[in-house]
Design a protein around this ligand. Structure first.
Ligand code: TIU
Length: 229
């Protein structure tokens, strides 16, 4: 059954059963001091604003039995999947793979690579480990979405102009309809956040739609109706 989210540049019509909440990289390495985000010289406190809205969406999707997918950016411990160009970036004394206060930076299995407790995945919720910024590059995300018949993605997480934006662009080119809730995404640079969301909705929705968590929540079916569907 179709529902409608109040969004820009125009309302998004969607079928909840064919919609997934895609939560991008809510990892300690980006959100807490001492991780990859801080290593790049960023003020990580800028990202905390997205936690509560994401948690609301996550709770609502879980209550209705709708699909939830989490992603994590990171690399194998031997860094064999990390391009030398990526390893060389950053400019500071620390590099991906170096030991920091939350373990080796951006390495799978390390404490900093894990998702923050507030939005931690439940068993049965797919977690996509991705080596790059986009969630489709060298992952099985498209296979998982296809098997569930997903056509619409509510994309939230961090950071707006990097991994969220790259994922929305990749998804849009693959035919998925993407909506980004403004308050459920965040950037180390508020002005980049704003511009990134303007880019999504510009030109008649060149990459997708922009809305906010309250409007997404208002458009979801009642819990009982979703459970019965
Ligand atoms: N640096 C930055 O803004 N973001 C990333 O490196 N990865 C993600 O956005 N997840």
């Amino acid at each position: 059954m179709n529902h409608q989210i109040d969004a820009q540049p125009y309302p998004l019509v969607f079928d909840p059963a064919r919609t997934a909440l895609l939560i991008i990289d809510m990892q300690r390495d980006f959100i807490e001091p001492g991780g990859f985000g801080a290593m790049l010289g960023n003020d990580v406190t800028q990202l905390t604003r997205a936690i509560a809205p994401i948690r609301s969406l996550l709770t609502a999707f879980r209550q209705r039995g709708l699909m939830v997918i989490h992603t994590r950016e990171g690399h194998r411990p031997d860094l064999s999947d990390a391009p030398p160009s990526k390893l060389a970036r950053g400019g500071g004394p620390m590099r991906i793979g170096d030991a920091g206060p939350m373990g080796r930076i951006l390495v799978r299995g390390e404490p900093g690579h894990d998702i923050i407790p507030e939005v931690y995945p439940l068993p049965g919720e797919p977690v996509i480990d991705k080596p790059g910024k986009g969630s489709f590059c060298q992952t099985d995300l498209e296979l998982i979405l296809g098997l569930r018949g997903i056509r619409t993605l509510i994309v939230c997480g961090v950071t707006t102009e990097v991994c969220v934006h790259t994922t929305v662009r990749e998804a849009n080119d693959r035919g998925y309809e993407c909506l980004v809730p403004d308050d459920a995404t965040a950037s180390y640079f508020p002005e980049f956040h704003q511009m990134a969301l303007r880019m999504v909705q510009a030109q008649g929705g060149i990459f997708g739609w922009v809305s906010d968590s309250a409007r997404v929540l208002a458009a979801l079916p009642p819990v009982s109706q979703a459970a019965a569907a």
